[in-house]
Design a protein around this ligand. Structure first.
Ligand code: 13P
Length: 256
């Protein structure tokens, strides 16, 4: 059985007091009604990592960061290392988000280095892939995700995949309110498993947790999460409020 996972990517939202209010509300809901099969992870901004981790210390909710730099320390103004986020309580890290690719010009070489660094520090990586609208319209979706998986995960060992979760996030669905249809998500997720089999080892693809991300909301979560190859979600906007995030967690509990 693959691990179901609902992760919240807070992006550049929430001060420390706002962050603590949100995770306390979430923790209360989780304690009242603990999910039986869904792992829940929150990824606050760096500034709130330590405070959120402290607040969630004895809870079932995991904590992750949204990025790291690939060196442990040094003269890299403005960057944060794997060692630092671990020290602040993070066990997960999102790498390769399309917003990092787009606004910060991260390419596969950079993403590959960051993934290797995160794995070397025993962090669990949530690795994002996905095509733009233009690429989808040109029917390039498969080429794009194949390319991203191949180069972002270059020289990783099969054993590394245990600490890696892929999130398929079509760029056109992020923050637009226009989610991929369950069928579109299913098709790419199933293809991602084929890619993993071909690049790493036959059979490895079906063991991996693959998340869908892009306008996941309480209203569409059940349909997306009921697809056979969709194991969870990476949620943006709807994770910023405990009530809507909780509904998505419940949808995961009810799905398949
Ligand atoms: P939205 O849920 O706001 O579309 O964001 C998705 C996302 O980018 C999660 O990483």
């Amino acid at each position: 059985m693959r691990q179901k996972l609902i992760a919240g990517n807070w992006k550049m939202y929430k001060t420390i007091p706002e962050a603590l209010q949100l995770v306390k509300q979430l923790r209360t809901k989780m304690e009242k009604n603990p999910p039986a099969k869904t792992k829940v992870v929150v990824c606050p901004p760096f500034t709130a990592l330590a405070a959120v981790s402290e607040t969630l210390k004895s809870s079932a909710i995991g904590v992750g960061a949204q990025n790291i730099f690939w060196e442990d320390e040094g003269a890299y103004t403005g960057e944060v290392s794997a060692k630092m986020i671990k020290n602040a309580g993070a066990k997960y890290v999102i790498i390769g988000h399309s917003e990092r690719r787009r606004y910060f010009k991260e390419d596969s070489q950079v993403i590959n280095k960051k993934i290797k660094t995160a794995l070397a520090h025993k962090l669990h990586v949530i690795h994002c892939v996905g095509e733009t609208l233009e690429e989808r319209e040109q029917e390039l979706t498969r080429d794009i995700v194949l390319n991203q998986v191949e180069w972002d995960l270059k020289n990783l060992a099969v054993a590394d995949l245990k600490n890696l979760t892929i999130a398929y996030e079509p760029v056109w669905a992020i923050g637009t309110g226009r989610n991929a249809t369950p069928e579109q998500a299913q098709e790419v997720h199933s293809f991602l498993r084929e890619i993993l089999d071909a690049l790493f080892q036959p059979g490895v693809g079906k063991k991996m947790t693959i998340l869908y991300g892009g306008s996941v909301k309480p209203e569409n979560a059940a349909a997306l999460l009921s697809q056979p190859d969709v194991d969870g979600a990476l949620v943006g906007g709807a994770c910023l409020e405990a009530g809507s995030f909780w509904k998505i967690i419940q949808a995961s509990e009810k799905a398949g």
